[in-house]
Design a protein around this ligand. Structure first.
Ligand code: IMO
Ligand code: MG
Length: 427
């Protein structure tokens, strides 16, 4: 058993894509199992930047099969555009190297329209979603009656029939909350999506059966997480979360493969914290230091371009993410971004209504009221991007990483000090 999983322990954007890319050569199959084109994974190598949203980072390697499993919600237009972009950059992806689950759910334009109407109705209290229709597609999946899956999309008669049943109800629901809404037409969507179906059909298969056979024949799987633990629908900062299980809990349900095949679960954290969208963020730095981190770390959303909110490392939040997911080791990313600061703070506990706690609260108002209790550490001034061994890191940088490890309670296996593959410390 040498399968691995890569899970973000914070609010997403932990640089998971870089870790997946680094680990891919030691695996045979890379599996994306949740979310949709709300995710944005950037991988840099050989002077080129690759932006991935729906495709697993494994797509950049011609030695592995990339699988988009059952739990993913697919916007076919976005998928086809992304595949065309990667094919332009890296050459055509052969059909044998890319598999899409026939059980995955499809995102339609009415999901985006409904999401926009719902978000608008929340006024100042919007969830701050990526507006990609992801939450509404998962809502239809859980509701069952209005969902269309990949196995429906690729069957023209089924697609037509489903749209005829669903669309009038969707139109009526959206018109009820948005008076300016222009109703969708069955024929238009059917025509557009039939073209997508023809393009996707060669890749569509029973990925669950494929993965079971891969496991049985000793293939090494790499599960590529999207989003992060604190955005998990069940365990995250509800309602400011995404609509799927983005902690380690989602691996089994999203892929159909038991997490018992995984011998190493890697929890990925940034050396600080970021968040995009709404919701409480106890260690947020709404000041010059926060702006400095945003600038140096280029903390702008890959998908929406929104500036990310930045703050100190929160060991209460990340520790909670690590425990939910059941990780084995940590990867600490973007440590280089913190070079040059005089001192650094790590949140080791919260004070909520006068009480000190290291538990992560369920009630969103308690999290909003949480005052971080900080441990202050000395910074370092050296440029660390050229360092390749732990022993060569400035003592204060190593102490900072070790403090994160001690507070979360897991060993650090990987330290990243730049976006490039080579800017990584393993020993
Ligand atoms: P990666 O894989 C960071 C956030 C959105 C919003 C909330 C709900 O790049 O780490 P949604 O569109 O999913 O309904 O939005 O979740 N969000 C992410 N934040 N990284 C992501 O993915 C995210 N995917 C969703 O900003 O707050
Ligand atoms: Mg991202």
């Amino acid at each position: 058993m040498s399968s691995t999983s890569v899970i973000g322990l914070q609010w997403g954007d932990e640089a998971k894509g870089k870790i997946v890319d680094l680990l891919t050569p030691q695996h045979d199959v890379v599996v994306r199992y949740l979310g949709g084109n709300n995710a944005g994974h950037t991988v840099k190598f050989d002077g080129a930047t690759y932006k991935l949203s729906l495709l697993p980072a494994g797509i950049l390697h011609d030695t592995v099969v990339s699988v988009i499993a059952t739990g993913v919600v697919i916007n076919p237009k976005a998928f086809i555009e992304e595949l065309a972009r990667i094919s332009d950059q890296r050459g055509e992806v052969p059909v044998e190297r890319l598999k899409i689950s026939d059980r995955s759910h499809i995102v339609f334009p009415y999901h985006m329209a409904q999401e926009a109407a719902f978000e608008k109705a929340r006024k100042g209290d919007a969830i701050g979603t990526t507006m990609r229709g992801i939450g509404l597609c998962y809502r239809d999946k859980a509701g069952r009656t209005h969902a269309i899956r990949m196995c429906d999309l690729v069957r023209p008669n089924v697609l037509k029939q489903r749209l005829e049943e669903i669309l009038p109800q969707k139109n009526a629901a959206i018109a009820a909350i948005d008076p300016d809404f222009v109703p969708f037409k069955v024929d238009e969507i059917y025509e557009e999506y039939s073209v997508y179906a023809d393009q996707l059909r060669p890749y569509v298969t029973d990925t669950t059966a494929f993965l079971h056979k891969a496991v049985a024949s000793g293939k090494r799987l790499l599960f590529e997480g999207a989003q992060g633990c604190l955005l998990d629908i069940d365990h995250g900062t509800f309602p400011y979360v995404t609509s799927s299980n983005s902690s380690g809990c989602g691996i089994h349900s999203g892929s159909g493969v038991s997490e018992r095949v995984i011998s190493k679960m890697i929890g990925v954290v940034k050396a600080y914290t970021t968040r995009v969208g709404g919701g409480p963020f106890p260690t947020e730095l709404d000041n010059e230091i926060g702006q400095h981190i945003r600038k140096v770390g280029n903390e702008y959303g890959t998908v929406t371009g929104r500036p990310r909110r930045c703050g100190w490392f929160d060991a209460v939040a990340a520790g909670y993410g690590a425990r939910i997911s059941g990780i084995d080791v940590l990867a600490v990313m973007l440590v280089d971004v913190l070079s040059d600061l005089d001192e650094l703070k790590i949140c080791e506990a919260y004070e909520i209504n006068g009480e000190r706690t290291t538990d992560f609260p369920a009630f969103i108002d308690d999290l909003a009221a949480a005052k971080p209790i900080y441990r202050t550490l000395p910074g370092w001034k050296e440029n660390i991007c050229g360092v390749r061994k732990k022993a060569d890191l400035p003592a204060n940088a190593m102490k900072y990483v070790e403090t994160i490890s001690a507070l979360i309670g897991y060993p650090v296996e990987i330290i990243s000090i730049g976006p490039g593959r080579e800017e990584t410390i393993l020993d």
